[in-house]
Design a protein around this ligand. Structure first.
Ligand code: ACO
Length: 333
């Protein structure tokens, strides 16, 4: 029998501080009505000073390990847009916080598609026999790169972390990852970006502009690309698994915008009641979004063992990705 990566645990972690739309409307020219109707978001969480991406990642990791009934893994892959530092990677810090000395640990940078890239990398390392268990985490303190005066991004993004445990198993087991699709288009790098802080601007000789240190997104231009790329990627992952949209019990999209999610489900021919998400409660948490949505849906009993899941994401890079799997029997809480 072929070897496959099997999902064996899930967990998440949110900062203590929830920030409502009304809270933001006190500081910015916006309203609860605009945010809800344009994005579906009611609130998001912002990490307190002193809480780093690695802290949230470790919190999610502890819960995912507990859910898998494991105390250790031999690989940690962290997807994040907001690493603790530009150098070194944050995954080794997370491994240390989790008491996993000596394990392989690396970061993946693909913005909102990061978790699916990380999942594919870890699943590949398990399937080829090099590793037996892996912790795959998406974690963000996105609030640290938002321009506090930019209403177009402040209302959308939030902080949090989600994690899954993968273990070596067989393709016919519940939890087995059936297929992936990943893609990118670097020509769109300016549409979702932080311009400063990298080699490009440092080597250009020009003085950095104040706003360049902040995250910027051309939301309107990205909207339909997100729908189109996720639709094509989702179909391609389903094709590779020998499946069609009718085989999907639950669609779990990157929680970018409720309107995008509805448009995507419609274009794929997947009924709205088969879509699982938590954007209203946590906003867009970038690389953390899919594992956070998985953990919340699992805890709420909105995903059942044996159901076939289609995961799909789109983000900066531009990047996109999809995965198909069945949900395993996991403890709740
Ligand atoms: N409050 C009130 N008004 C606002 C706000 C706000 N927070 N933000 C923008 N507006 C205004 C705009 O100024 C604009 O006014 P104008 O018509 O006078 O110019 C009007 O509202 C409409 O603005 P749009 O940008 O057209 O609003 P839209 O309906 O497109 O919603 C949004 C914006 C939510 C960003 C949407 O475009 C979106 O979700 N885009 C896709 C995001 C995405 O998928 N990104 C990729 C993944 S995320 C990642 O990779 C990090």
């Amino acid at each position: 029998m072929m070897r496959a990566a099997v999902l064996a645990g899930v967990g998440s972690c949110l900062p203590a501080c929830a920030v409502s739309n009304e809270d933001l409307a006190k500081r910015l020219e916006t309203s609860d009505e605009w945010i809800r109707s344009r994005t579906g978001i009611r609130q998001r969480y912002f990490a307190e000073p002193g809480t780093a991406t690695s802290d949230l990642a470790a919190g999610a990791g502890v819960r995912a390990l507990k859910s898998a009934g494991l105390s250790a893994v031999d690989l940690v892959v962290l997807a994040t847009t907001t690493p603790d530092r530009p150098c070194p990677a944050t995954a080794p810090t997370v491994a240390s916080l989790l008491g996993l000395p000596g394990v392989a640990a690396f970061d993946v940078s693909a913005v909102c598609s990061g978790f699916l890239y990380a999942l594919a990398a870890a699943a590949g390392l398990i399937a080829t026999g090099g590793y037996a268990t892996a912790l795959v985490i998406g974690s963000e303190t996105f609030s640290t790169i938002l321009d506090p005066s930019d209403r177009t991004t402040m209302v959308i993004f939030g902080d949090g972390a989600g994690a899954v445990v993968l273990r070596a198993g067989t393709p016919d087991e519940p939890g087995a990852l059936e297929s992936f699709d990943l893609g990118s288009d670097g020509d769109g790098r300016d549409l979702i970006t932080v311009r400063a802080g990298g080699s490009e601007q440092r080597l250009s000789g020009r003085q950095p502009q104040a706003g360049d240190a902040y995250f910027a997104m051309a939301g309107r231009e990205v909207f339909w690309r997100a729908v189109q790329r996720m639709r094509e990627s989702a179909r391609s992952a389903l094709d590779r698994a020998g499946r069609v949209p009718g085989d999907v019990d639950r669609l779990v999209c990157h929680q970018a915008n409720l309107r995008i999610l509805k448009a995507l489900a419609h274009e794929l021919g997947i009924a709205p009641e088969r879509c699982v998400g938590n954007i209203a409660e946590v906003g867009n948490t970038a690389a953390a979004s899919i594992p956070l949505a998985l953990d919340h849906a699992h805890a709420a009993g909105r995903i059942a063992a044996g159901e076939r899941l289609l995961l799909t994401a789109f983000g900066g890079g531009l990047t996109w990705g999809s995965a198909v799997l069945t949900w395993p029997q996991l403890p709740i809480g």
